[in-house]
Design a binder for this molecule. Structure first.
Ligand SMILES: *[C@@H]1O[C@H](CO)[C@@H](O)[C@H](O)[C@H]1NC(C)=O
Ligand SMILES: *[C@@H]1O[C@H](CO)[C@@H](O)[C@H](O)[C@H]1NC(C)=O
Ligand SMILES: *[C@@H]1O[C@H](CO)[C@@H](O)[C@H](O)[C@H]1NC(C)=O
Length: 235
């Protein structure tokens, strides 16, 4: 990669394609800190940074992790992962590493891509000393092929179900008690997974539908599918 995001820790990444179309990847930009204009059915690179909430801000303004004014750009106290999902496909990204401890890194996560537009999500809570949120939903919003926003979606605590292992935090996140995670001697896998979808328009002005489709399907079959994935992840 051209950027000097020093990899403090290498992370193992795995992507699961839920809907697989033809893999004609015509996007030649692989660096998440470069600009690209995308169209449907090609790949798109974006990054995830794990650090403290404060480290994403400079002088009270949130900057992209691709901005060299942030100390984390130079590899200070942050972990980075790069993903390359196919545009407008629903993907399940698996952020996993045997020695990754999100709480030790500061407990917050930002998704980002681009240089001139330097789009970034708000920092979202991942973990502290007692809890870890393992399941996230992210929407990449494009305007005529340029990434303009990254939104974390929350679905409330309904999906915690009656499972004793989950705790509802602030009425919006289903978190796992860290004492129940394998690393702390419990029995649950506590890998982070991100359900990824797209919205807006590509460079040919085609509408990106996967967020809309997922949102409509959540209460039907896909919800069951993702629940069974989450279960296999956590059980
Ligand atoms: C994160 O830091 C910013 C800037 O200091 C602050 O405004 C914001 O409230 C913090 N968010 C959380 C959840 O602590
Ligand atoms: C922070 O803000 C102060 C006052 O506005 C300014 O003098 C300083 O240069 C800023 N620092 C950075 C790193 O932007
Ligand atoms: C995520 O990766 C870990 C480690 O490679 C693996 O054990 C786990 O099953 C994966 N989860 C999913 C949902 O693919």
């Amino acid at each position: 990669m051209e950027i000097e995001l020093n990899m403090v820790m290498m992370m193992m990444m795995m992507m699961m394609m839920i809907f697989v179309e033809g893999n004609r990847d015509t996007n030649e930009v692989y660096d998440p800190c470069m600009d690209s204009k995308i169209q449907r059915s090609e790949g798109f690179s974006f990054g995830i940074a794990l650090s403290s909430n404060e480290s994403f801000f400079s002088n009270g303004t949130q900057l992209s992790p691709c901005d060299n004014r942030l100390p984390i750009y130079h590899g200070k106290a942050a972990v980075f992962a790069v993903f390359r999902p196919m545009v407008d496909e629903i993907s399940l990204l698996n952020v996993s590493s045997s020695d990754l401890d999100p709480a030790a890194m500061g407990g917050y996560m930002v998704a980002f891509a681009g240089k001139k537009y330097a789009a970034r999500s708000q920092p979202i809570f991942v973990a502290d000393d007692t809890h870890i949120v393992t399941s996230f939903a992210l929407v990449l919003e494009f305007d005529r092929g340029t990434l303009v926003n990254l939104h974390w979606k929350k679905f409330g605590c309904r999906e915690c179900g009656g499972d004793q292992s989950f705790v509802c935090l602030n009425n919006q996140d289903c978190a796992v008690q860290r004492s129940k995670c394998i690393k702390q001697g419990g029995s649950l896998e506590c890998h982070l997974s991100i359900q990824l979808t797209f919205s807006g328009t590509d460079k040919n002005l085609n509408t990106l539908n996967s967020w809309y489709e997922l949102n409509n399907l959540r209460h039907n079959s896909l919800l069951r599918l993702f629940n069974s994935l989450t279960n296999s992840l956590l059980n």
